[in-house]
Design a protein around this ligand. Structure first.
Ligand code: SF4
Length: 469
C-alpha cells in the first residue's frame, strides 16, 4: 500500500485551516509527479465503497500527473463513478452524459462503477461520445486503460469480473480528513434476489491482513484517528494470507494499532454475524459501539423470496448477541418495502420487527426491479402507490423509535469527534455510536478533536448539546 495524498481542509469547513492537522498530514511528504497538464473531473454516485473507489481512482490519475478540477467544462477527462442499486440512481449518469453531448471536442468521457459493469459496451451505443467504460473489478487495470486513451484510442473497456485481485493503489486521494476508508473485501458471493452487486462487482476477494494493517498504520502516521473498514459484507472476510485471520481477529489486530481512537466497519451480513465480533467490540474500546446489520424485511416468507439466507428468528438471535454485549451497541439497518409478493401481513411483520429490535437508525427503500437479478422475473405486483404508503408508514414508525431512543440520552455525556460547523456558533460531530451531535462550545474547537458533550435535547436524527469544560 503506497503513500497517501492529503487534501487541505478549507473545502469542508470554510473556516481557517488547522495548522496542526496539516503538519500531521504532510502534504509535502508525498511528492506528486510533474503535472502532465491534463485535468480530470470525477463525480461519484452511490455508497461508501464507491466514494472510496473514487479516492483511489483520483490517486491513480494524480500519480499520472493529472490535476483535479471542479467542473466538467474545465476537464480534459470527465469521469462518473456510478451506482445502479435502483433505476433512479442508474438514470442519473445518463442525464449527466446527455449534458456532455456537445462538450469540448478534445474532451474524453468515462463511465466507471456499477452502471459501467451492468450496461457494458451498450453505453457506447446510448452515448457515442463516451470513451471509457470500466467496472470496479477492473480498476487495477486503470493505468493501462488510461494509457490507451492517452495514445489516441477512443473506445476503451475494462469489464472483466473474473479476478481474485483487489484494487490497491500507490496513491489514494482522501476527501475526509477525519475518517479514512479502508476496503478489506470487494465483491459478493451471495445472491440476494433484488441485488445487482454480485453482477456489478464480481466475486468476493479479501485483501491480506498484512496489507490492511500496513495501510491503517500509514493512516495513523498521517494523523488519522478514525478508520472505517469497508466491504459489501465485511464479516465474510477471509484472509488469503497464511495467517488466515477471521474478521473478528482482524478487528482485534486493527484495534491494537497505537494512535487509533475509533474503528468502524460496514456492511455486515446477518448470516455471518458471529458472537466473536461482539466479543472483539467488548474487548477493544477503540472498536466503535455501532453495528449496521441490514435485515431488509421482518417476514421470513419474504426473506426466503429475497434469498437472504436467514429467517426472522435467526436475525433476532443475532440482535440478541449484540444486546448481550457489555457495552451498549447502537444498531442500524436497511429495509425494502414492496418486494414482489409482499402482503399487508408481511409488511406488518416488518413493522413489528422495528418495535422488537428498536433500531437507532434505518435506511429504507421501495423495491426497484434491477437487471441481472433474480427478482427481475418476479411479477412486481405491489402497486407503486402502495409501496409509497408502506414506505411512509415504516419511516414514520422508525422516526418515533429513533426519537424515543435519542431522548433516553438527554442528560448523558458523550464523546464527539468534531467534524465541522453546523451553523454559526454551533459545531457538529459524531459519537462512537455514529449519532450526529450538534453542540455549542465556549471556544473554537479543533476539527478532528475529541470532546465531551453533555446532551441537552434530542431529535429523531441528531442530538443537541454543549461541550463539557
Ligand atoms: S449480501 Fe446481498 S444485498 Fe448485500 S451485496 Fe451481496 S447480494 Fe447484495
Amino acid at each position: 500500500m503506497g503513500n497517501q495524498i492529503h487534501i487541505p481542509l478549507t473545502a469542508l469547513t470554510g473556516g481557517p485551516l488547522q495548522p496542526s492537522r496539516l503538519a500531521a498530514g504532510g502534504v509535502g511528504a508525498t511528492e506528486l509527479p510533474p503535472a502532465s497538464g491534463r485535468t480530470f473531473y470525477l463525480e461519484t454516485f452511490g455508497c461508501q465503497m464507491n466514494v472510496h473507489d473514487s479516492e483511489k481512482v483520483a490517486g491513480v490519475l494524480l500519480r499520472r500527473g493529472y490535476r483535479q478540477v471542479d467542473s466538467p467544462a474545465e476537464a480534459d477527462l470527465v469521469l462518473y463513478n456510478t451506482c445502479s442499486i435502483r433505476e433512479k440512481a442508474a438514470q442519473k449518469v445518463f442525464s449527466r452524459l446527455g449534458q456532455l453531448r456537445h462538450g469540448e471536442g478534445h474532451q474524453l468521457v468515462g463511465v466507471l462503477g456499477c452502471v459501467a459493469q451492468q450496461e457494458g459496451e451498450r453505453i457506447f451505443e446510448r452515448a457515442p461520445w463516451v470513451n471509457l467504460v470500466c467496472g470496479s473489478a477492473s480498476y487495477r487495470r486503470l493505468p493501462e486503460l488510461l494509457a490507451e486513451l492517452e495514445s489516441g484510442r477512443r473506445r476503451v473497456v475494462g469489464l472483466d469480473t473474473d479476478t481474485d485481485e483487489t484494487f490497491e493503489t500507490e496513491f489514494t486521494r482522501r476527501d475526509n480528513p477525519f475518517r479514512a476508508y479502508v476496503t478489506i473485501i470487494e465483491g459478493c458471493d451471495k445472491s440476494c434476489a433484488y441485488c445487482v452487486v454480485p453482477f456489478t462487482r464480481g466475486p468476493e476477494r479479501s485483501r491480506t491482513s498484512d496489507s490492511i494493517l500496513a495501510e491503517v498504520r500509514s493512516l495513523v502516521e498521517l494523523g488519522y484517528t478514525e478508520v472505517q473498514l469497508l466491504g459489501q459484507n465485511v464479516n465474510s472476510y477471509r484472509d488469503p494470507s497464511p495467517r488466515r485471520m477471521s474478521f473478528a481477529e482482524l478487528l482485534d489486530a486493527v484495534a491494537q494499532i497505537p494512535g487509533l481512537r475509533r474503528v468502524r466497519f460496514t456492511t455486515s451480513h446477518p448470516r455471518d454475524f458471529h458472537p466473536e465480533i461482539v466479543q472483539a467490540i467488548d474487548a477493544n474500546p477503540v472498536l466503535c459501539d455501532h453495528v449496521h446489520l441490514p435485515v431488509q424485511s421482518g417476514s421470513t416468507r419474504i426473506l426466503q423470496r429475497m434469498n437472504r439466507e436467514y429467517t426472522r428468528e435467526q436475525y433476532l438471535e443475532r440482535v440478541e448477541i449484540i444486546r448481550r454485549a457489555r457495552r451498549p451497541i447502537s444498531l442500524t439497518t436497511d429495509l425494502i418495502v414492496g418486494f414482489p409478493g409482499e402482503t399487508e401481513a408481511d409488511f406488518e411483520q416488518t413493522l413489528t420487527l422495528l418495535e422488537e429490535v428498536g433500531y437507532d437508525g434505518a435506511f429504507s427503500f421501495k423495491f426497484s426491479p434491477r437487471p441481472n437479478t433474480a427478482a427481475l422475473s418476479f411479477p412486481d405486483d405491489v402497486p407503486e402507490e402502495e409501496k409509497g404508503r408502506r414506505l411512509a408508514v415504516l419511516q414514520e414508525k422508525q422516526r418515533q423509535i429513533q426519537l424515543r431512543r435519542n431522548q433516553a440520552l438527554v442528560g448523558s455525556t458523550v464523546e464527539v469527534l468534531v467534524e465541522g460547523r453546523s451553523r454559526p456558533g454551533q459545531w457538529t460531530g459524531r459519537t462512537s455510536s455514529n449519532r450526529v451531535v450538534n453542540f455549542t462550545s465556549p471556544r473554537v474547537p479543533n476539527l478532528g478533536e475529541y470532546l465531551q458533550v453533555c446532551i441537552l435535547a434530542a431529535g429523531p436524527h441528531s442530538l443537541v448539546g454543549e461541550q463539557v469544560i
